[in-house]
Design a protein around this ligand. Structure first.
Ligand SMILES: [Zn+2]
Ligand SMILES: [Zn+2]
Length: 1018
């Protein structure tokens, strides 16, 4: 039978269905039409945090991209006009490191030999390549974006906007060059800023643990003992620190330690740390040229911990951050032992050229020879590594460029107070970060990144260039070859100092990549841009990659700040921080009104995903094997403030749950086709049948809940509301209405159609493929006037919710559930009718006695009578012991004997004592003779389990009908086929009195008696 609706297969093939929908969206320009439809609507401004176009998209990216798409789709269904601009992050260390790997380059020297122009070209190619791949993956995920108008952070336009920011920062006096010890990656050859150190991993690393003697030179035979895990820093030692208020002791061997560190040692002399301060000692590597002018001495330091080590700390200001600060306070020499690549400088004698980690052996050997080594062991401890290449970080003293955070801190805190965070507690996380943020280290000693427009002249004047125009005006030479604002081309441009007129080259450094992403709320929206330049954003390296316009200031006014942004929680100290920093600096406001943030993605056992551990799931694989809707459902149903366990197990479970919806749709299609029923677009059900009225109310409740959850940007409530609805639809409405569908009741068909359609519209943002697939079948294919996509149909109108009716049916369902539970406890099959059920505490169910009887297969349902199962009570000794003392024994005996009375409010009266609810512990419910009882806090259902002749016979009839229908399915009869039934002699008695029933229930035209039970199609 062809029918109006396409029959559904038993199980949906998600990936196949999704590819079909993608093709249709493409062919029918669904997204473009949606945008046209909403063009005059109210604005919803979303700003995309850029994804790094450096590798294929990972499943963790798919999480964020799903959430972005869910809410953009929801807003679109509500008629909002949106920008849909996707962003790619394109430059900086992450791209460089991958290109280095691909080219087999291993150091900065090798990059320079390869050639910076070639290197920049390769970086751009990599970005272009992966931008394309990520675009295809995102489309496959169902993400609707304006894919021809992406922003690329390496466009000259973006770079110029950052230059403007840097110029303003300089004018305000926040820009400075800092000489300080910073974490350094010897492989990448650059310093690593505070937020990057957090992004890196702390690894459990095995390091040496050395106790080293520093001989005091003012007293023969005495020495300080220090502890270190970084032998490479010993040649840079200039001081030893002690805690002035701590007690120090000298052993018989002449070694000084903090007493607190070695409480069991015997000391021949004890002094305070303050007494040791100022004493001179011989350094561990005094014979090296580097140590020539160093006068080693003991200095005070209050921060020394006595939990580990010796309480005497070796200080090397050129190789540690705290050491450097102490060095400043005490005017110590700064010995910088290692160069950019982490190798010792020439002035370090036999160590020259060795990598820091390779110096361990020679250092230990040399100390041992000179009898300075007290003890050498190993220690495994947590140690920071480079976030890009995993190399353990070192400390180096270098000159970096910083933006002072002091003046912007308070305005940023105030701006954050205007932002609504979801979940709300992340607002405080942001505040914490802002309160503690250090100055922003913006320089990287690298190649393919934002060229810092700093031109420091020998005369002391610093010129900061704010635009390409300005650069060209000020340039003495080099602009002719300036094809884009990147190294090496920009390095050829030399300007004249605005103070003294001397020639000044640019500093070699490039910028922190968070500058690139941080400027986006200004650069992509055309802040202070005079006119719209069509295609004007795709400049420099971005030329040819995007047709994004450069809008004008009026546009910026319309779209800034973003109504909503959404990124991972770690972006608090990265993107949320950098866009806030730059926006508050330039325009004095937060760049976003609302944020949804989410935690980390793990594998399904709760471990982090790593390609090298073999537990990572590639996004392509997830989309191909699970289907995009299922992937999106997993992300949407998850509470975003908790880590998400992602994998095939949860995906399988989600698919299984989706079957309930699928089966309901399939059920509808089956019976609607039998009746050749055809819907009209816009029709709403008007049936007066109580189940239909209930389903309409239930559907409106769903839409109310969904609207509320979407408006709160809280997808877990979206999926929870949807799941509960689907359960009600299938396990109540359809189950209760089966017979009406068999009978071809078009009111039921119409109501079910309407309800399914509304539900599918409501879940569309989460599962766009399934929703549009079902829409196509149930609506667009059947009604000519209907929009051809669910996304063009707008958000469904939500009717009034009949709360009383919903409450009634909720009561009924609770009674039925308890009734089933009680039956389950007795082991009496549902097909066996029972005589009576007694219900207490479900007032709403009173009008539905027949339905309850039908559901529970009982003849009579009585309200507010019948037995209640009492619980075995025990006294709460902790509370009652002190209160009752001797009398407790009587109370306990009364409770044991079940001699007590329940009081209103949950208390109990026993042995003349009134016991509060918390003074009794409720154990198992006691069985009631002759009844099966189940109850919750409010409601109890008791089934009379006595069976008489008549009940038993009816039970057999039901069993028979069940078998006959199973036989119908076995021989694959159509639902409408009629049969002749033959009963065996053993069942012959059932025809008497039940023949009509058997015929009705099995679509039989005749019931005969013969040898064996059989059916035959007529
Ligand atoms: Zn590195
Ligand atoms: Zn000058």
């Amino acid at each position: 039978m062809p029918g109006v609706f396409a029959p559904l297969p038993p199980v949906p093939d998600h990936p196949a269905l999704e590819r079909e929908v993608l093709e249709r969206w493409d062919a029918e320009r669904t997204f473009e039409r949606l945008r046209e439809q909403n063009r005059a609507g109210p604005r919803f401004s979303f700003i995309d945090g850029p994804i790094t176009a450096n590798n294929p998209m990972g499943v963790h990216h798919a999480w964020g991209r799903t959430l972005k798409d869910v809410f953009q789709r929801y807003k679109a269904m509500r008629g909002f006009h949106q920008r849909y601009q996707n962003g790619f992050d394109c430059q900086g260390l992450w791209v460089e490191v991958e290109v280095e790997k691909a080219l087999g380059l291993n150091s900065k020297r090798e990059i320079e030999e390869y050639g910076l122009a070639e290197f920049a070209e390769r970086c751009r190619e990599r970005v272009a390549h992966f931008a394309e791949i990520i675009t295809e993956q995102s489309k496959r995920l169902g993400m609707w974006m304006d894919w021809d108008a992406d922003y690329y952070t390496f466009s000259d336009t973006n770079i110029e906007y950052i230059w403007r920011f840097l110029k303003v920062v300089h004018e305000r006096g926040w820009l400075y060059q800092g000489h300080r010890a910073t974490q350094w990656c010897p492989r990448c050859g650059t310093s690593i800023s505070q937020h990057e150190v957090y992004s890196g991993e702390y690894k459990e690393l095995d390091h040496p643990s050395l106790y080293v003697r520093f001989p005091l030179t003012d007293s023969e035979g005495e020495s300080l003992v220090v502890w270190t895990t970084t032998p490479w820093t010993l040649p840079a030692n200039v001081a030893a620190a002690v805690r002035p208020d701590a007690e120090y002791g000298r052993t018989a061997e002449g070694e000084w330690y903090a007493v607190g560190c070695l409480p069991d040692r015997e000391f021949v002399e004890r002094v305070t740390g303050a007494d040791l301060v100022g004493r001179p000692y011989r350094g561990p590597f005094d014979d090296l040229a580097a140590a020539d002018d160093v006068r080693h001495r003991v200095i005070p330091w209050d921060e020394i911990s006595l939990d580990e080590g010796t309480g005497i700390v070796h200080i090397a200001p050129g190789a540690g951050a705290e050491d450097f600060e102490l060095g400043r306070v005490h005017g110590l020499s700064v010995l910088i032992p290692i160069d950019e690549s982490g190798a010792f400088y020439d002035t370090y004698g036999p160590l020259a050229g060795l990598a820091a980690e390779d110096a361990e052996g020679p250092v230990v050997e040399s100390l041992r020879e000179r009898e300075l080594l007290v003890e050498a062991g190993r220690i495994v401890h947590r140690y920071p590594t480079c976030w890009r290449c995993s190399t353990p970080l070192l400390f180096r003293v270098v000159d970096d460029w910083f933006i002072s955070a002091e003046e912007i801190r308070q305005p940023m805190l105030e701006a954050n107070a205007t932002v609504e965070w979801t979940p709300a507690f992340y607002s405080k996380r942001m505040d914490d970060w802002l309160r503690n943020m250090g100055d922003w280290n913006i320089s990287r000693k690298r190649y393919f990144g934002l060229p810092l427009p700093f031109y420091p002249c020998a005369c002391g004047h610093l010129t900061v260039i704010g635009s390409r125009d300005e650069l060209e005006r000020r340039a003495l030479r080099g602009v002719d070859g300036l094809r884009e604002l990147h190294r090496p081309w920009i390095d050829d441009v030399v300007i004249a100092c605005e103070q003294c007129g001397e020639e000044v080259p640019r500093v070699p450094e490039v910028g922190d990549a968070w500058l690139d992403a941080g400027i986006v709320p200004l650069s992509t929206l055309g802040w202070q841009s005079d006119e719209v330049v069509p295609g004007g954003y795709g400049t420099g390296a971005a030329e040819g990659l995007t047709s994004a316009d450069l809008p004008d200031h009026a546009y910026w006014e319309e779209w800034f700040p973003a109504d909503w942004v959404s990124e991972m929680r770690e972006q608090i100290r990265l993107w949320f921080y950098s866009i806030s920093f730059m926006s508050v600096t330039m325009v004095g406001r937060a760049p976003y009104r609302r944020v949804l943030t989410f935690e980390k993605l793990q594998d399904e056992t709760g471990r982090e995903m790593h390609r090298s551990w073999g537990n990572a799931i590639a996004a392509d694989e997830a989309l191909d094997r699970m289907g995009a809707d299922v992937v999106r459902l997993l992300f949407s149903e998850h509470v975003p403030s908790q880590n998400l366990r992602f994998g095939y197990g949860p995906a399988h479970e989600a698919k299984r749950r989706l079957l309930t919806l699928w089966n309901s749709a399939s059920f509808f299609v089956t019976y609607a086709n039998i009746e050749e029923w055809r819907p009209a677009w816009g029709q709403t059900p008007a049936s007066e049948h109580s189940l239909d009225r209930w389903l309409v109310a239930r559907t409106n409740r769903l839409l109310t809940d969904l609207t509320d959850a979407y408006e709160r940007y809280w997808t877990p409530d979206v999926t929870r509301a949807f799941d509960a609805f689907v359960d009600d639809l299938s396990n109540w409405y359809i189950r209760r209405s089966r017979r009406r569908f068999w009978d071809g009741d078009t009111a039921a068909i119409e109501t079910l159609w309407w309800s399914l359609v509304q539900a599918v519209r409501g879940i569309g943002p989460v599962m766009p493929f399934l929703a549009d697939h079902v829409w196509r079948n149930l609506v667009a294919g059947a009604c000519k006037e209907a929009p051809d996509s669910v996304f063009l149909a707008g958000w469904p109108e939500v009717g009034a919710v009949d709360e009383d009716l919903l409450a009634e049916v909720a009561d009924v369902r609770r009674v039925v559930e308890l009734g089933h539970q009680a039956r389950g406890d007795t082991g009496i099959k549902l097909r066996q009718p029972l005589r009576r059920a007694y219900v207490r505490g479900a007032d709403g169910a009173r009008a539905h006695a027949a339905e309850i009887g039908d559901e529970l297969n009982v003849k009579e349902v009585h309200f507010d009578e019948g037995p209640v199962a009492r619980a075995q009570l025990k006294p709460n000794l902790r509370l009652l012991g002190p209160r009752l003392g001797q009398r407790l024994r009587d109370v306990k005996a009364a409770l044991d004997a079940d001699e007590y009375e329940e009081l209103a409010g949950g208390g109990v009266q026993a042995a003349g004592e009134e016991l509060a609810p918390d003074e009794v512990l409720r154990g198992e419910r006691l069985a009631v003779e002759g009844f099966a009882v189940a109850q919750d806090d409010v409601t109890s259902v008791a089934l009379d389990t006595a069976l008489d002749e008549e009940l038993l016979r009816e039970g057999r009839v039901r069993e028979l009908v069940h078998r006959l229908n199973a036989m119908r399915r076995e021989v694959e009869l159509e639902l409408t086929d009629r049969i002749v039934v033959t009963l065996s002699a053993a069942e012959a008695d059932l025809a008497d009195g039940y023949e009509g029933w058997i015929k009705d229930e099995t679509l039989a035209v005749e019931v005969r008696v013969g040898q064996t039970l059989a059916i035959e199609k007529v």
